[in-house]
Ligand binder design. Sequence first.
Ligand code: ASP
Length: 472
Amino acid sequence: MRCDDTMLRTHTCGELRKEHAGKKVTLCGWVSTHRIQGKLSFIMLRDRYGKTQIFVNPELTKKLGELRRESVIQVKGEVKKRPSNQVKKELETGEIEVSANEINIMSRAAPLPLELDESVASTEEVRLKYRYLDLRRPKMTKNMELRHKAVQFIRDYLDKKGFLEITTPILTKSTPEGARDYLVPSRVHKGKFYALPQSPQQYKQILMIAGVDKYFQIPPCFRDEDARADRCPGEFYQLDLEMSFVEQDDILNITEDLFIKMVQNVFPEKRITQIPFPRLSHEETMKKYKTDKPDLRKNKKDKNELAFCWIVDFPLFTKQTEEDFFHGAGKEWAPSHHMFTAPKEEHIHLLDKEPGEVKSYQHDLVLNGFEVGGGSIRIHDPEVQKKVFSLIGFTDEQKKEFSHFLEAFKYGVPPHGGIAPGIDRLLMVIMGEDSIREVIAFPKDKTARDPVMDAPSKVTQEQLDDLGLKLK
Ligand code: ASP
């Protein structure tokens, strides 16, 4: 890959080929290795785009001494073609080397706390703390690049389909998605709190009421829940989308088409087991696989196999459990997806008598045994919405917290629905990573700390006073 010339360099470290032989070039990058051989030496110079070997003549070698790995240098020199028996096949730039005339040290590196060589394993604790070093490793660079490409593909695809990307507030009110909220105290309104959104669920529904018709964004969602291999505590990113005047199949079809094309374009080495994705009812899936996240790969050892499937016809409610904490919900029923999911029309009459029998328009997208997205057709009748609030045990006080939502429902609501695949988790599974942290630049650690910034951290008494807060 090439990047445009800048004042400090003419080429990147991944760019030079034998056609460039004879050219005067300037490269910048990190010293991956500096091998001294007698009087002369070789530097392997690295940047995001690749590595280039630098030949350092005896005079320069003497002047430089041994350069510490990961120091940043600028090299001015001439491209030299390597004899064909000395071509380094493992390097994209292996046909050439740059013979240095001048080397400027831009920043010297201290001894490293972390081994950058892919073959040496460092502990995750160290990798997360020194993430800026960890991210220099070609594998992590590649993961960041793939993530960018996937997200870019999604944006282009949805743009072409007429979706509007609209950002929604981060300082907002709780939208219960089944986890604890992160709260932010208000200075101006003492004693009141914002909640960081667990998802933009209410906003995207309100955008449908606003006539937006097709919405998406790739927002962060904040949930105070424990870490798992496929879940980072704290925050994650979703592809959040919503459409008006649709039935469930419309949402399934567009999501499916998007991901098939994304895989074909961004991950061409991957193979999707079955197209169209199988659509299985919740009941039959539970009977057959004893889980609602079945792994339908034909060969579980094949790293490039992707077995997507849809699970539909979920029950509207599940029994409330301690660990499945639904903020504000009562003791008996919890929403199986969330409280805005529509019951099937033919089951609405069962809401009063047998809520456990009511089936809904929830849909989950499952990939290789992981739930990678969930969504639903939404309730658009305020009376049904009120009934669901009652059934999950909301008190009058709690219902009032949603009065803005029910108010909006008075003024003309299109039938609507959507989905929100988790970007981090989806990419983790597609890329065959064991941990979600491999596809996130700055993940929280298992105890929800940010190891790079050392957050959360203490604040001053003055800050607390400003907010009217007193710590217990
Ligand atoms: N808001 C839901 C979630 O975060 C997704 C959706 O129903 O669109 O799981």
